[in-house]
Design a protein around this ligand. Structure first.
Ligand code: SF4
Length: 345
């Protein structure tokens, strides 16, 4: 079933997307919130069989990134064309954020581009604008359907002073391989060790398949990012991360990397409680976590120890200039503002 806002029933992008699902029933609705924000929905049941909702984004097309998020010294901005994710990572704040697991895609990309251009024209001298796509989703996982990246990337050839970061765990790079690589577009892939991927990142492609996708992009000259985010604790985490880094750098050349970052596992307490209700048997949520100033995460000593270990290991492969141990990797929910590390991509 595809729910479509009446206002965009005839939008060319709506028609293109619906064409991909010829057997799906199209159900018009006045506003997407009627479906997405309906009370009494079961996120967990919907996650097994989510519907697509096509809508027009009316406001908030480009928003300021939360403090501490993004590239230090840059103007960090969020562009979010989709809500929810086709993957199912147990540590992701999307699990506890919305009532619905349906996917909302905002089809009015031209309005996003207009707003982005407005921001660029209004930028102060010397300001470096960074746009982060995939605020509430994985940037590329649904690209064959949405074509968002394919639409937005050419915009950045007109504005070489601005940057775009796509954040993904997917292998959906075909659209990028069909485009010319741009030096101001960074395709950042998130990784946890294979053991963590298998147990917590449900439905995501395994580490080796993500690396193959990265290799293809590397061959075509795309600049890449590595996001080890969130860093997940278990007794054998040192060995797991050591093996992961060795595997990653067996496939990737340092000079194709734009940046490498590490992010701690932290969640706003309210979202964490919602996730506990959804998945009461999830060992991750019963792990050695503590609440600090409204955020759930590992105790500061453990977090520091893991960051220090991973930083030391990564410095065996990459120069410190491109390593950002404390870079907020993630966008966060609107309110309360989220943490780095447990989110999209
Ligand atoms: S962490 Fe990223 S890939 Fe995983 S469910 Fe969240 S948005 Fe999707």
């Amino acid at each position: 079933m595809i729910y479509v806002e009446e206002e965009i029933l005839g939008h060319p992008r709506t028609l293109q997307i619906c064409e991909r699902f010829p057997d799906a029933e199209v159900v018009p609705c006045a506003r997407y919130g009627e479906v997405f924000l309906r009370k009494g929905q079961s996120f967990r049941l919907q996650k097994r069989r989510p519907s697509l909702i096509l809508a027009k984004k009316q406001w908030g097309l480009v928003t300021e990134a939360p403090a501490g998020f993004g590239i230090p010294g840059a103007r960090n901005l969020i562009v979010s064309h989709m809500q929810n994710c086709i993957y199912d990572c147990r540590y992701c704040f999307l699990q506890g954020m919305h009532r619905s697991a349906h996917y909302v895609v905002y089809v009015n990309y031209e309005d996003f581009l207009w707003e982005m251009e407005e921001r660029l024209r209004g930028a102060a001298a010397g300001e470096v604008p960074w746009f982060f796509a995939g605020y509430d989703c994985d940037s590329l996982a649904l690209e064959p359907v949405t074509r968002f990246a394919a639409t937005v990337i050419p915009f950045f050839s007109r504005f070489p002073e601005a940057f775009l970061e796509l954040r993904t765990k997917s292998t959906q790079v075909k659209a990028l391989l069909e485009l010319e690589a741009l030096p101001n577009v960074i395709v950042a892939f998130s990784f946890t060790p294979a053991e963590v991927q298998r147990s917590l990142e449900h439905l995501t492609p395994p580490v080796d398949r993500r690396l193959r996708a990265m290799e293809k992009l590397q061959e075509r000259g795309w600049r890449l990012g590595l996001r080890f985010d969130p860093v997940i604790y278990c007794e054998g985490y040192r060995g797991q991360y050591r093996r992961l880094f060795a595997q990653v750098f067996e496939h990737l050349a340092c000079d194709s990397l734009h940046s490498v970052s590490l992010g701690p596992f932290r969640l706003p307490s309210g979202i964490f409680q919602g996730m506990e209700r959804l998945y009461p048997d999830e060992p991750l949520l019963a792990g050695p976590l503590v609440e600090t100033e409204g955020m759930m995460g590992y105790a500061r000593e453990l977090e520091n120890e893991m960051q220090a270990f991973c930083t030391g290991e990564l410095l065996r492969y990459v120069p410190c200039e491109i390593l950002f141990p404390g870079l907020s990797a993630l966008p966060s929910p609107p309110a309360p503002l989220p943490p780095a590390g447990e989110g999209p991509g």
